[in-house]
Write a protein that binds this ligand. Sequence first.
Ligand code: SIN
Length: 303
Amino acid sequence: MVDLSVNLCGINLKNPVVPASGTFGFGLELADSFDLNVLGGISLKGTTQEPRYGNPTPRVAECPGGMINSVGLQNPGIDALVGQKVPALRKVYDGCVIANISGFSVDEYRHCCSKANDCDGIDIVEVNISCPNVHNGGMAFGTSPQAAAEVTKAVKEVCTAKPVFIKLSPNVTDIVAIARACEDAGADGLTLVNTFLGMRIDIKQRKPVIANTMGGYSGRAVFPIALRMVYQVAHACKIPVMGCGGVASAADVIEMMMAGATAVQVGAENLRNPFACPEIIAALPAKLTELGIESIKDIISIV
Ligand code: SIN
């Protein structure tokens, strides 16, 4: 019997597979499709202080090996998250619930994280300083070590009861410098990477496919780059990493963990195949057995 469990900042996950924020709604949307309790954790849609309608459409563009999105943080706001979405999810799900918090100011991050900290159903607060689809917020905080540290410090002051993971952007020259700044400012863990800033042009109409011109590129094509960043950060920092970016199979999960991830988020693949996570989890024991691995936690950072 292969042991799939991992320990993330003292929280036991029955397996390391977690649907990534923005690809799995608030969880309940998928509850009629399969038993959510097979999932190690769920990272919920990025949430801001006020409800947001998001960006104008078109918001998605298909690409070889992936897709571009520019959703623009459409969400019902923090009060709906803690008052309705999480309590509803908790009626059907007993695994690790991760609130993903975004903001346009340090005060907004602090306000939302404080509410997430006070919400019983939330286990981990994931602070998104890497959304490429909004101006003056999101990624603006994740591209300088100083700004990343400022947000981390502010949210750690209010998140006294929950581990704080900072979700990093790959759209930087030195992700290790940002990761170290977050660790030094008190982060309990890191999630990486969010999407890569990209663009498509409709050559007949001579204009960008995405209404907002650019968006975040994700999908299988980014896996080797995400893996490289997970490897670099996991070897430079002591805090745990949730690896994310192009993961689409049990073998990808194993590779991410060998690179240094303690848990692994599946993103764009959920949009192509809503059953991706349960299928990956079901495939893990046989793949690990084939490799002679009895406990998945033994492979973390093995490379
Ligand atoms: C979005 O809502 O635009 C995507 C969120 C993100 O990339 O962080």
